[in-house]
Design a protein around this ligand. Structure first.
Ligand code: CUA
Length: 363
């Protein structure tokens, strides 16, 4: 039930929206929650106050000169002005050089620190995909929200399935592009337990804003408990509920609705067992084999009226996962037992396919 409530909630759970409102813990930055945040903020605020200082000095002097040296009448002729002042010129060159050099050294040290993870860091793989994040833990568990232990270095090894995304955790001051065809790395050590926003900060298409999720920093000892529970969650659930969780977790709902509305892909509502028209002509009964083929080879038989844009899930979903997803899809057609989402379930559909695995091609 809980899994389905999540599945039906769409890509960005409403519970995450308030995070954006929480962002300005100070006017410019959320509260520091990682070991590197202090260094980043030091440089940021140094540049900020330098800019404020020079803005005030330059604009103030300019305004004063405009008034002080204004033309006072037709007979007011400009006098000769000095063309050089060696001492002044050396001063206004040397001071900015020193300021820039200090900022460079401090900033470069922080950059090197952010680029070099400790050898003992806990490794999490990150995959960006239109339009969802996948976080893969060392035991193979995959989640859409990032979970990490507190006070322990965590390294993210990141790549993209399609276009350039960019992972940003404002509270940690961590931001790194996620690029197809290569692995980018970053790391952090979260210092304060809690939940913080994690978002994509590279415009990656219509669903860009859906790539808002969260990072949960667990209290000491709690991360292992969470990982253990989540890893075994699907095994403990009835297949239909496990399938609902997988459909959510794998981003299927980015393109397939549960309510009957066509989006980038056909809706899942009443899909299983129905007769679907295929783009290249003919119809197919959407049975177990068609669902499985559509997940592993999405371009094989695209439903009429839709573009062949779905990525393959071969290698991401095991056969067992596909079986549980099919069990979930059956409940959306009123088949295979009670629908987990009890109040919305239509009655059993007699016209539907009763599980026979035949693919019928009609010319
Ligand atoms: Cu992914 Cu923007």
């Amino acid at each position: 039930m809980n899994a389905l409530a999540h599945a039906a909630g769409g890509s960005t759970p409403a519970s995450l929206r308030p995070f954006l409102a929480q962002l300005p813990d100070s006017f410019w930055m959320p509260a520091q929650a990682s070991s590197a945040a202090g260094d980043v903020d030091t440089v940021f605020y140094a540049i900020y106050w330098l800019s404020v200082f020079f803005f005030a000095v330059i604009v103030g002097l300019m305004a004063w000169f405009v008034v002080r040296y204004r033309r006072r009448g037709p007979d007011d002729v400009a006098g000769r002005t000095p063309s050089h002042n060696v001492a002044l010129e050396i001063t206004w060159t040397a001071i900015p050089v020193i300021v820039s050099a200090v900022l460079f050294v401090v900033g470069f040290k922080g950059f090197l620190n952010l680029a070099t993870a400790p050898r003992t860091a806990y490794e999490i793989s990150v995959t960006g995909q239109k339009w969802q994040w996948f976080f893969t833990y060392p035991n193979g568990h995959v989640s859409n929200e990032l979970h990490v232990p507190v006070a322990q270095p965590v390294r993210l090894t990141m790549t993209s399935e399609d276009v350039i995304h960019s992972l940003w955790i404002p509270a940690f001051r961590v931001k790194k592009d996620v690029v197809p065809g290569r692995y980018n790395r970053t790391w952090f050590q979260a210092e304060t337990a809690g939940t913080y926003p994690l978002l994509c900060t590279e415009y990656c298409g219509t669903g860009h804003s859906d790539m808002l999720t969260s990072v949960t920093v667990h209290e000491p000892g709690q991360f292992e408990v969470w990982l253990d529970q989540e890893s075994n969650l699907l095994a403990d659930l009835p297949p239909a509920e496990a399938g609902a969780a997988l459909v959510k977790r794998n981003g299927c709902l980015q393109c397939h609705s549960l309510d009957g509305s066509a989006q980038i892909g056909p809706t899942f509502r009443d899909l299983f067992g129905s007769s679907v028209a295929i783009r290249d002509g003919g119809t197919i009964i959407a049975d177990e084999n068609y669902i499985r083929q559509s997940i592993l080879e999405p371009a094989a038989s695209v439903v009429a009226g839709f573009e062949p844009v779905m990525p393959t899930y071969a290698g991401k979903l095991k056969d067992q996962d596909i079986t549980t997803i099919i069990a979930f899809l059956k409940t959306l057609s009123g088949l295979g037992g009670a629908e987990p989402e009890a109040q919305a379930g239509p009655g059993p559909d007699d016209s539907g396919n009763d599980g026979a695995a035949a693919v019928t091609e009609v010319p």
